[in-house]
Design a protein around this ligand. Structure first.
Ligand code: C5P
Length: 243
């Protein structure tokens, strides 16, 4: 295969220069990491599943007007995406208590929240991705007030869509994390959904049994993580020709 310029390598993905200006190739690895990279493993097949699952949601979100960086899937592990100016924040949406929210406020995991809660974290692994408020975000110029509003509105639309899509196949969306970037056109930019939507960054429980089907299986040693990912793909009907 041809040698491509590597733009960025994260724990789960690699970004390469794309075939045309303004595009990148997003490659999904099998590497899993948790607890700020303290726990790592290779989960065979994870990249293939995440590529497919993320394609499924990004395509559908695009058609309902939630603009995102996805252009098209190229092969089992790669997708063509639009190059964005990444906003250095992670946006978490929570429908029920779990993980760090349960710890912080002493809430039992799975307890429904009075309403969906949005949180912002700084995307800086060396600092352990600290939680930030709108004050920090605007004071340090990570995003404008308008962009914060846009990210919140888009995150809630993604939440509504994912709740419906997962709910229809008997899966409860406990929480998820997304990232955004700026798409520039002349002197104007708009906020666009980036990264991926997969069981790496969503908490997904079987609605009936409460079985966890997401990366928490790996984080907490709850069994074969890939079985959970494959079950999600199967229920969404996107696993027909998968290994
Ligand atoms: O750990 P916490 O409860 O804050 O995680 C909330 C949600 O954000 C979970 O779905 C988790 O998978 C996701 N997350 C993520 N990347 C991080 C931190 C959390 O995808 N760096």
């Amino acid at each position: 295969s041809t040698r491509r310029k590597k733009i960025y390598e994260g724990h789960g993905k690699i970004l390469y220069e794309g075939p045309e200006p303004g595009t990148l190739v997003q490659y999904f690895k099998d590497d899993a990491s948790a607890y700020n990279n303290a726990k790592r493993a290779v989960l065979e097949g994870k990249g293939v599943l995440n590529n497919r699952i993320s394609e499924y949601f990004m395509t559908r979100l695009n058609t309902i007007g939630v603009q995102n960086h996805f252009i098209r899937r190229l092969n089992l592990r790669e997708q063509l995406i639009r190059e964005l100016e990444i906003i250095p924040l992670q946006v978490v949406v929570r429908n029920a208590a779990a993980g760090s929210l349960s710890q912080r406020f002493g809430l039992p995991e799975g307890q429904p929240l009075p309403r969906s809660i949005i949180e912002f974290y700084l995307k800086d692994e060396k600092l352990g991705n600290p939680m930030v408020t709108e004050e920090h975000i605007t004071a340090f110029n990570w995003a404008s007030t308008q962009e914060i509003d846009d990210m919140m509105a888009l995150s809630l639309r993604v939440n509504d869509f994912l709740n419906g899509a997962f709910g229809a196949v008997g899966i409860s969306l406990i929480d998820f994390r997304v990232e955004f970037g700026r798409l520039w056109e002349n002197d104007f930019s708009r906020v666009v959904l980036a990264d991926e939507i997969s069981p790496d960054n969503c908490r997904l429980w079987d609605t009936q049994t409460r079985e966890k089907l997401d990366l928490d299986r790996f984080r907490r040693d709850l069994g074969d993580a890939i079985e959970g990912y494959a079950e999600i793909a199967r229920r969404l009907g996107i696993m027909k020709e998968m290994p």
